[in-house]
Design a protein around this ligand. Structure first.
Ligand code: LMR
Length: 398
């Protein structure tokens, strides 16, 4: 049977990770994979997360199944974090949350749910987007339609084109949006632009699927959730995928959730039952450990405070690096072509419309590893290496 399969090229980002690991140069800098790193290049376990984990291990007496819906304390904490405790949808009981294996698990289950409703077979996806969005969502059977989002060459949003595309959609079309810290561009809509998008979605009766993977790493926990809260207050149905990978540093534990905002409590509960069935058919039971850590953390206000403080420091560091790199690039080029790096948010920016050859030369000749699309992870840039990286970019990127 297996002889029938054609060779499968490696995932492009995983290939960058492997190439970086194999590079013996002391100069090497990893701006590829999207994980937070400290000044030493390490991705440490956050102290508040470690403390919650220690408590969990001490208190846990069973590894029996938690069920397809996952940890309910985790779900309650997460939906308050995302929507804010007093959000009308929560107060009215129109929200249902299911724990998933990471944000990717949430995206896949949402895509399965959309297909299951029979109401939509297409999804509008901004361009550019995270490399795994298309495979994840189309594997469930949705057809992806492009929506202009960002001009890589100019380093700015294509907001009017995005609005016109939304205006032209038929009722019920699902639209993938990113809550904040846009991957791969770092270019987010401002509050006024989010209001305009909400108005079009409302008028055209479109359904947002919001991918929220970086809460707290852009402008703050509440600020980064403002888009989600706005859409959930303006629209009757909102599908939200949440990842705890970056905000809690729990990458390998695979912690995420689907947060469903429905028209009514009854519809939320039916949607939730379908999600449980889809999870059961796919991987059966939710993994426990990572979500139980978040639940333990979320149950102790002191740990929540400690976690917020650590997250604030991570965000401040990344935003500081944005300014340092923009300044260093301005000095190298003698112009301000990369100024948008300073004002964009989250871990990523794109260096421009780089050819594959330029991306290869940056890695091979300068030992600066970016994602294949020229995306850089600012968190992977030690402050001490900003000058080196700016000069390397200047040598290779015209
Ligand atoms: C990234 O964007 O680099 C991360 O989300 C890792 C991944 O799986 O692509």
């Amino acid at each position: 049977m297996l002889e029938r399969l054609p060779p499968q090229p490696p995932d492009a980002l995983l290939a960058v990770m492997a190439a970086f690991a194999a590079d013996q140069s002391p100069d090497k800098v990893d701006l590829g994979v999207g994980v937070y790193k400290d000044e030493r290049g390490a991705t440490p376990v956050m102290a508040a997360v470690k403390a919650a984990e220690a408590r969990l291990i001490a208190a846990q007496h069973s590894k029996a199944y938690v069920g397809p819906a996952g940890n309910r304390t985790f779900a309650a904490f997460l939906e308050q974090l995302v929507l804010g405790a007093d959000h009308p949808a929560l107060v009215e009981g129109r929200v249902a949350t299911l724990q998933t294996p990471g944000g990717c698990g949430a995206l896949r289950l949402i895509a399965d749910l959309i297909v299951r409703t029979g109401a939509a077979d297409e999804i509008l996806i901004g361009a550019p987007t995270w490399a795994n969005h298309h495979p994840l969502l189309t594997s469930a059977g949705l057809k992806a339609q492009p929506m202009p989002y960002y001009d890589i060459t100019l380093g700015q949003l294509k907001f009017q084109e995005m609005l016109s595309t939304l205006e032209a959609q038929r009722e019920g079309t699902v639209v993938l949006l990113q809550a904040s810290c846009h991957n791969p561009t770092g270019a987010d809509l401002d509050p006024a632009q989010w209001s305009e998008v909400a108005a079009v979605l409302e008028r055209r009766r479109l359904i947002p699927l919001i991918d929220m993977a970086y809460q707290g790493l852009g402008n703050g926990l509440d600020e980064d959730a403002a888009s989600v809260r706005l859409l959930a207050s303006r629209l009757p149905e909102v599908l939200i995928s949440v990842s705890c990978s970056k905000s809690f540093g729990l990458y390998r534990e695979r912690v995420g959730a689907v947060v469903l905002v429905a028209r009514s409590a009854a519809e939320a509960s039916v949607g939730f039952a379908h999600l449980q069935m889809l999870a059961r058919r796919s991987y059966s039971m939710a993994p426990d450990h990572g979500a139980a850590i978040v639940a333990t953390l979320g149950s102790d206000p002191a740990l929540v405070d400690a976690w917020r403080t650590e997250l604030d420091a991570m965000r401040t560091r990344v935003n500081g690096l944005r300014h340092l790199l923009a300044e260093a690039l301005a000095a190298e080029y003698g112009d301000r072509r990369y100024d948008h790096i300073a004002t964009q948010r989250g871990m990523f920016s794109i260096l421009g419309a780089l050819t594959p050859d330029v991306v290869t030369r940056l890695a091979r000749d300068e030992h600066v590893y970016t994602a294949p699309d020229g995306r850089i992870n600012l968190a992977g840039l030690p402050e001490a290496r900003v000058g080196y990286v700016a000069a390397a970019i200047r040598r290779v990127v015209p």
